[in-house]
Design a protein around this ligand. Structure first.
Ligand code: ADP
Ligand code: MG
Length: 272
């Protein structure tokens, strides 16, 4: 008898999760951005590959394994915003604290502390023990975006935000809710996310841990592929609603100044 009850509990719990997921998906779709206006990343080669830049106010997932360039490329999007297009950007770092992040970025030629002091970017960090505050400070973030006139945002990364939820199903729903919340900011937003496991080109579409890309407007994947004693970087645009974008695996480099991609060059599988 007790067993039956727990089975019923489990099924009704599952139904509730399914309903929550459906409701979250409806909200997310209703707030999808309008096509047309573009927001340039300013990253060499990327805007060309995107068909002119990101759709204004769209929500894009940047995924890839550790060290693939998610933080570097998304920071570059924020820095270029102000330096090249006069658009203020907000970088929200989840888990990784400001100080080590500033140190790491120095080798790329970026002085984040100086940019922040000169009000050329806004940086908020939620260290490991404060991640939950991201959710409780939702209105504070929204007010900051509105009052400062922020136009582009990065959330780096979504994984610790998913881990706030206990169960796997709740994490998936939580990620759909996150995208809905971010849409209300009315900013062009990049969300970084680690991938599910080993991604190889031949294995089809790589996906992220909680499949946040399924509700985002765009999905870019960064590879760091190992072949014959060396790693080669590449970028692939897997989804970009409303854009005629590149379908190729594009060679990529990281160095002084950040990321560069080469849409006209062929990524040779034998080299990769
Ligand atoms: N100054 C630099 N020159 C060349 N490569 C760099 C430099 N700084 C960082 N990198 C490369 O970028 C990687 C870090 O990228 P990052 O964006 O932090 O990865 P992710 O966020 O995907 O984990 C480093 O592991 C290194 O390979
Ligand atoms: Mg990172």
């Amino acid at each position: 008898m007790a067993e039956k009850k727990s089975e019923i509990d489990f099924l009704s719990e599952l139904e509730k999760i399914k309903e929550k997921r459906k409701a979250a998906l409806r909200t997310s779709e209703a707030a999808a951005p309008k096509r047309g206006e573009r927001v340039k990343s300013g990253i060499d080669g990327l805007d060309e590959a995107l068909g002119g830049g990101f759709v204004k106010n769209s929500v894009i997932v940047i995924a890839g394994p550790n060290g693939s360039g998610k933080t570097v490329s998304s920071m570059q999007f924020i820095i270029n915003g102000m330096l090249k297009y006069d658009e203020l950007g907000l970088f929200i770092s989840i888990d990784e604290e400001k100080r080590p992040m500033c140190e790491n970025m120095r080798s790329l030629g970026w002085d984040l502390e100086k940019l922040e002091k000169e009000k050329k970017m806004v940086f908020i960090d939620y260290p490991h023990h404060e991640v939950e505050q991201f959710y409780t400070q939702e209105n504070t973030i929204l007010n900051l975006i509105k009052s400062m006139g922020v136009k582009r945002v990065v959330v780096d990364s979504a994984v610790p935000l998913a881990l706030v939820y206990e169960k796997e199903d709740e994490r998936r729903v939580g990620m759909i809710d996150l995208v809905s919340k971010i849409r209300r900011w009315n900013c062009t937003t990049l969300i970084t996310c680690e991938d599910k496991g080993k991604a190889e080109i031949s294995q089809g579409m790589p996906s992220t841990k909680y499949e946040i890309e399924s509700v985002a407007d765009g999905y870019i994947y960064l590879y760091n592929l190992y072949r014959e004693g060396e790693r080669k970087r590449a970028l692939e645009i897997l989804k970009m609603r409303g854009s005629a974008h590149s379908n190729k695996l594009i060679p990529m480099e990281i160095g002084e100044g950040g990321m560069r991609i080469f849409p006209k060059k062929r990524f040779d599988y034998r080299d990769a």
